[in-house]
Write a protein that binds this ligand. Sequence first.
Ligand code: SAH
Length: 359
Amino acid sequence: MPVCKKGMVKMKTDLSSLLPEELRIWSQSRGFAAYRGDQIFHWLHQRGAADFSEMTNLPRDLRQFLDENAVLHYPKVLKRQESAAKDTVKLLLELDDGRQVEMALMLYTRQQSKNRATCCISSQTGCAIGCAFCATALAGPGRNLLPGEMTAQVLLAGQEARKLGFEQITNLVYMGMGEPLLNLAALRQSIAILNHPQGLNIGMRRITISTCGLAPQIYKIADWGWPLGLALSLHAANEGLRRSLIPAAKTNSLRSLLAACSYYREKTGQRVTYEYALFAGINDDIGAAHALGRLLAGRDALLNIIPANSVKETGFFAPKGEIIKVFSEILSNYNLEVQVREPRGLDIDAACGQLRSRD
Ligand code: SAH
């Protein structure tokens, strides 16, 4: 590590977390042409370069300068798993400090419309929220991911998608490990990078943030004014039950969350998705279905029912198919768009709530 005259350790700049305009300023302020910043961005966010040595159109002195003064936080792939159906890939990634996160890629081949490749990325190395049913919670709180550590997951997913015959990542969900709204600044920067026309250029409408429900932060992302998808993990229409499942519900009442979601809808023009994981014997009875219907009726909502994915340590299970059917039929009568999420990658523990660090 370079050391300054006064003996202080010089911090290297994380270039993988910067936008082209920031890279241009960085480059210029260090005595290199501004357009070198655009070239670096192109190498990182279009070509997926993991190292400065790959940036062959940069002059040698710049590459040496980069080696000495900058870093890229490109994760290392420790393990790759592919589902038997070849429609889901999960990567276990190691970050520079040795911490681990998982990323899942889901591929959908469609007859009528374009194929879809959805990548589900992690925003933290663990999770401080502690939802009773979730595998990530088992590891406890982790650290926030840097913007570049999030964008790299999408680049790696793109490489995996191409291996399986898909052209590119079409959709992106912040539904992997961690609570994205507890890492707001990095979340925002990662989206700006992924949406940038000089990078992957993923449309805002194709990006969804999933949250356990932190009302003040929902207002903040609404004020970004970006047409991002927002998914709220509801899982119960009853305050007491919700608190027992999601500890953050103690300080974020259903009322405050629904008000925040209405504000989000107004500010961004985007319809909010409500996620409801169905846990056998806990929130899957007819009374719970009607309570949920009453709560969401008239909200122009999309309801996503997620039959619980099993995490052996937690003891939560999906109800039988018949119960899932009855539950979703009741909700359809409340004038909501209801979808039952089809589990993907169960054989490789890549479905919702199953991502975790393996250390
Ligand atoms: N922290 C964010 C995003 C991560 S989890 C959030 O809470 O929304 C993504 C989704 O999977 C959330 O709706 C979460 O509640 C759900 N989930 C977690 N564990 C699950 C499980 N075992 N079965 C089904 N869904 C689960």
